[in-house]
Design a binder for this molecule. Structure first.
Ligand code: ADP
Length: 729
């Protein structure tokens, strides 16, 4: 079987995910490998598939004992014999497994690192052919990382003891340069094929919500989203966990709690209920999550702000491992920032370390206050250069509300900070701006500074919101002292001198409670429209099987497979095997029962099977028809334009980038069709762009972009150029 056939026959997938093919090909051809992929990127397949293709056994070293059973169950379910060796095994079980290994009964064995250099294991591997050693969570070998496991340092000795040396493949989701360097050196990877797929998780939707009544938001969200699917709510304290669990259960939601104060049996019980799908929601502190591989977590809500971006991304990243659309929502409140800062002050840390931690926290605060793409903020944190200004799948990019010019307000605030000698924090600055008669203000003589009362008509919240925006844009710096003070940065001069304009989303400056705007989420990738009732029935049936087999439901079938069944109603072997995640073994084990269930349902409802059209076929069909009549592409775009859609909406509908849409429209205009470019850009932006173009011309777009504020995109510039026929778009 070639690699593609193995992928389909065993795993039931039609195509490799980004990077998988290259890593797998490399390993199968005899090279070492290093795969740096985000959570949910599909690292496991990169060693599980070679394990089938190669002669001999694959040893997988993993620190997460709790995951081994699931992984092994899942492999056995798809017909790949596997076992694990760790401290949870009894003596008899261990001996049986060792015998089976000697008799070559397994393709893959998972081993805890502590076991590698034990006498029994060292003896065992002398008798068998090890073709591949795969190291999961390879960053655990690095003392720089936060997950350092001393037992990982045992790995090189183990590999060196193997004769002949097998291929070695290491995988991690951590991409800092120091750690990657250490992994390569310490593990001793030899000329590995190295693939970094980047940090982006396109199926995750990011949202920041600023509400005062978090519980109300939470209940509304749970009521209206992913109703029968699972999610995690992260809280800062045990107390919040307990009170939320109570509130949710009192209001008819099925929720359990998880925190370090519970006894381990209770914790395990609650975790199992969540993983096995008996409870929809787990409300937890950050104690929950490590070693949780549940692929169908549809939402991760942070009820409180975590301590930094790394922690946030790790926790939020537990959503949507299966690649399905999922939500990552952070409920923001300034009280959380204060709490985090207090915690930092109370920790006894050396000043350098404390400074780093403050910086990390501030990055997350800025993330909460930016108007820019949230995904890009995350990527930049991990040193990844974003490729697109607008991801169309975060609350900022989907927020089409008007941007207003707040340069004047910004200047007033910055001047006030200057006038009070950069000696006060946010509250005091706001009070001065709002002409407060507060004793502290008067005692300090701040009623005599020239900026006293110049923002009298603004609310506390609005000024505070603008201050946070100015911080996130780097015009103000907040010190990390016990009493944080607002300071001006060098960049602020450009605002004060009028060189730079500052913009902000209009609705964010309106009344607090209006901020909870619900955005339509982007339709990303192939989104099957499925029969909800049939999906529920299939889930129920899956649940029964899972209970009998004592495995989590997703070991039987992932949600995505059931959704496809409920969309295409497969009623024979051929169409059942077309379903994503259904390979030969799954069909053999469950095909008949699931097909019977689908048939009965379809007969009752008078539904017929629908032919599943593969994405490649659709693309091919599209390309063929495009070839036949090239002009159609432009007409299709122009028709969308005539229907009044926005630029991004047209791009979404046509599955093209906004910039290609602009090219299409320009072509249409050249062909004599009328295009109202002004529909795609507001007056103010246009004026600013024209001003810059006037100064520096249109030879190159980059200098124009650089001369404009950050919220101007290349597309904005192109629109103005097209509108006035100033160059070639
Ligand atoms: P990671 O270890 O990188 O966090 P996993 O190996 O657990 O990710 O994979 C995440 C999910 O993606 C799993 O549910 C897996 O079955 C699925 N998956 C992996 N490769 C593919 C693929 N080529 N096509 C579709 N789904 C895939």
């Amino acid at each position: 079987m070639n690699l593609q056939e193995i992928l389909k026959t065993y795993f039931g997938y039609d195509e490799f995910r980004k990077g998988q093919d290259k890593l797998i090909e490399g390993i199968v051809k005899g090279r070492d490998a290093l795969g740096i992929m985000p959570t949910g990127g599909g690292k496991s397949l990169c060693y599980q598939l070679p394990a089938i293709a190669l002669d001999g056994i694959t040893i997988v070293i993993s620190p997460l004992i709790s995951l081994m059973k699931d992984q092994v169950d899942s492999l056995n379910e798809i017909g790949i014999n596997a076992a694990y060796i760790n401290s949870t095994l009894g003596n008899k079980e261990l001996l049986d497994i060792l015998d089976n290994i000697r008799e070559n009964r397994y393709r893959i064995i998972y081993v805890a690192p502590e076991r590698l250099n034990t006498g029994v294991f060292v003896e065992l591997v002398k008798d068998i052919k090890v073709s591949l050693v795969a190291i999961d969570e390879a960053h655990c070998i690095s003392q720089w990382g936060h997950d350092f496991r001393p037992s990982y340092l045992e790995i090189p000795r183990f590999i060196n003891s193997l004769e002949p040396r097998p291929m070695v493949a290491a995988f991690t989701a951590t991409a800092t340069k120091e750690i990657i360097k250490e992994i390569k050196i310490l593990i001793g990877l030899k000329n590995p094929i190295e693939i970094t797929t980047g940090f982006d998780r396109p199926n995750l939707y990011y949202q920041i919500i600023k509400v005062s009544k978090k519980c109300k938001f939470l209940m509304q969200y749970l009521d209206g989203n992913f109703k029968s699917e699972s999610g995690i709510v992260y809280c800062a304290t045990r107390k919040t966990v307990e009170s939320l669990v109570k509130m949710l259960n009192d209001n008819g939601f099925s929720a359990v709690g998880y925190h370090g104060g519970m006894n381990s049996a209770e914790r395990q019980n609650n975790q199992d209920d969540f993983i096995l799908g008996m409870k929809r929601i787990i409300v937890a502190t950050n104690a929950f999550g490590m070693g949780i591989d549940k692929p169908d977590v549809r939402f991760v809500i942070h009820y409180n702000m975590p301590k930094n971006m790394e922690a946030y991304y790790q926790e939020a990243g537990r959503a949507g491992r299966d690649g399905e659309k999922s939500d990552c929502i952070l409920l923001y409140s300034s009280a959380d920032i204060v709490k985090q800062k207090l915690m930092l002050q109370n920790d006894y840390l050396d000043p350098e370390r404390q400074e780093v931690l403050y910086k990390n926290l501030q990055y997350l605060v800025n993330y909460c206050n930016t108007n820019d793409c949230l995904r890009n903020q995350i990527l930049k944190y991990f040193d990844e250069e974003p490729t697109n200004d607008n991801c169309q799948n975060c609350s900022n990019c989907l927020d089409n509300s008007e941007m207003i010019d707040i340069t004047l307000e910004a200047k007033k605030i910055l001047s006030c900070i200057y006038r009070v000698n950069q000696r006060y924090g946010t509250n005091m600055v706001i009070q001065v701006l709002r002409r407060s008669k507060n004793k502290k203000v008067l005692e300090a003589g701040l009623d005599h500074v020239s900026t006293y009362g110049i923002m009298e008509s603004y609310s506390n919240n609005t000024i505070s919101e603008i201050i946070m925006t100015l911080v996130s844009k780097g015009y103000i710096y907040i010190t990390h002292d016990k009493y944080p003070v607002l300071k001006l940065t060098n960049k602020s001069k450009d605002v004060l001198s009028g060189k730079i304009q500052v913009f902000h989303k209009k609705h964010l400056l309106q009344k607090k409670e209006e901020k909870n705007v619900k955005y339509d989420k982007a339709i990303k990738g192939k989104d099957v429209d499925f029969d909800k009732k049939l999906f529920e029935k299939l889930k129920e049936y899956r649940h029964k099987i899972a209970q009998v087999k004592e495995v989590p439901p997703y070991v039987i079938f992932h949600d995505v497979s059931l959704k496809e069944m409920a969309a295409y109603f497969p009623q024979d072997k051929e169409s059942f095997l077309e379903i994503k995640g259904v390979g030969d073994k799954k069909h053999e084990n469950y095909g008949k029962d699931f097909i019977d269930l689908i048939k009965t349902y379809c007969n009752e409802k008078g539904l017929s099977p629908i032919k599943q059209i593969k994405e490649e076929e659709t693309i091919k069909e599209k390309q063929d028809s495009d070839k036949e009549n090239k002009l159609d592409r432009y007409e299709l775009t122009y028709n969308c334009y005539l229907e009044g859609f926005s630029l991004n909406e047209i791009a979404e509908k046509r599955r093209l980038t906004p910039s290609t849409i602009l090219n299409h429209l320009e072509k249409c205009e050249k062909d004599g069709k009328e295009v109202e470019w002004e529909r795609f850009i507001d007056d103010k932006k246009e004026k600013s762009i024209l001003k810059v173009i006037n100064d520096i011309g249109t030879d190159k777009l980059k200098p124009i972009k650089e001369a404009l504020p950050d919220d101007f995109s290349y597309d904005d510039i192109k629109i103005v150029i097209c509108r006035y026929g100033l160059g070639v778009c």
